[in-house]
Ligand binder design. Structure first.
Ligand code: SAH
Length: 346
């Protein structure tokens, strides 16, 4: 089924419940046919909450002076990596703020160590680093890079992602193309329901998922953070016509459409989704197109400090509890935990 951008937009505007259910069922079938019933687990290590950026939505933005900052040590990171191996995960994801206290060489050495000592795939999500640094990390053995482009509407993106002092702002969509040329599997994505995001711009974002032929697509609801410019406002400007609601239902719809435009992609059911529906968010994501979960492996004392949004799901569990809980949820929807790195299938 080929969906044009206007078909996508029609699906985003659809109000008929039984037609929406058809969309979910189709996404679930396309998921089964293309990536099967395995749910791959990626252990998320939040290596630093230090950030030079001022993204107006994000709780770890430089301007949030209330947040205590941390950076994991090399030993901390390698201990998390060992836990990933013990728990049987196939991938570790090192994510963080855009922290220039972290040198490219330091990360490269850690990547080489992981690659030497474990069979794990390594995913990075460290923001808009220079091509030089991104190349060094690819050469060190990093397999994948996650960089959500957040919105393809340049005006909206500039508004929520102001330039950092002394740094160029990169076009994230172009950056993803370069990352692919450096040999990475590439992951993009968006938040659903950022103030002033319109349904038609969201339809365009989804069309871009296909144009970029993304290997991974991260989609979560926008969750206001009170210590940010966007989240502190009760009324963030005049409501725009066509505003995307930051709801669970709209998020599932975007997950389902992402599956239809990129049938083979790895699509996580995100922690943000679990945060707004702790009881069923993860499972419903898995039943509406998703095939990946990213359990948190960050040491518990730092997990709550990686506060991109408040009340992040699962900050209170140990890794073992977390793993047991997630594996049970995977089984409860008739799926199984995948083994191996879970590369993009082609
Ligand atoms: N510094 C990296 C990682 C950022 S955190 C980068 O910029 O790519 C990963 C993702 O969390 C972001 O891409 C964004 O989509 C999401 N995020 C940040 N703040 C959020 C919020 N308030 N609500 C929901 N998702 C948020």
């Amino acid at each position: 089924m080929h969906l044009s951008e206007s078909d996508i937009l029609r699906w985003l505007r659809e109000t008929n419940e039984s037609r929406i259910q058809t969309l979910y069922d189709t996404a679930d079938r396309v998921r089964l046919e293309n990536v099967g019933d395995a749910v791959h687990l990626r252990g998320l290590i939040e290596i630093s909450n230090i950030c030079c950026r001022q993204c107006t939505y994000c709780g770890i933005r430089a301007g949030n002076y209330r947040l205590r900052r941390y950076r994991l040590t090399r030993d901390d990171i390698l201990a998390c990596v060992q836990r990933a191996v013990t728990l049987g995960y196939g991938t570790v994801v090192m994510q963080g703020g855009e922290d220039y206290g972290i040198s490219a060489r330091w990360i490269a050495e850690i990547i080489r160590t992981i690659k030497r000592q474990t069979p794990l795939a390594v995913t990075l999500s460290l923001g808009e680093r220079s091509d030089d640094e991104l190349l060094q990390w690819a050469e060190a053995g990093a397999d994948r890079y996650l960089l959500r482009f957040e919105s393809s509407d340049a005006v909206l993106f500039a508004r929520i992602h102001p330039p950092a002092t002394g740094r160029e702002t990169v076009d994230r969509i172009e950056q993803l193309k370069r990352l692919r040329s450096f040999g990475y599997e590439i992951g993009g994505g968006v938040m659903v329901g950022i103030p002033r995001q319109t349904l038609s711009s969201l339809a365009h974002d989804i069309a871009i998922f296909r144009e970029l032929d993304l290997d991974m697509i991260g989609i979560g609801p926008y969750i206001p953070h009170p210590e940010t410019p966007l989240g502190a406002k009760k009324h963030p400007g005049d409501p725009v016509e066509d505003q995307v609601p930051n709801t669970e239902q709209m998020t599932y719809r975007v997950v389902a459409l992402a599956r239809l435009v990129c049938p083979q992609a790895n699509i996580p059911t995100t922690t943000a989704l679990a945060t707004i529906n702790l009881a069923h968010g993860r499972e419903l994501g898995l039943q509406r197109g998703a095939n990946v979960i990213m359990p948190n492996l960050t040491p518990p004392e730092y997990r709550r400090l990686y506060e991109i949004y408040p009340e992040k799901a699962c900050v209170h569990e140990t890794d073992e509890q977390y793993y047991a809980h997630i594996a049970a949820r995977v089984r409860s929807v008739g799926r199984f935990v995948g083994t191996g790195p879970g590369d993009r299938r082609r």
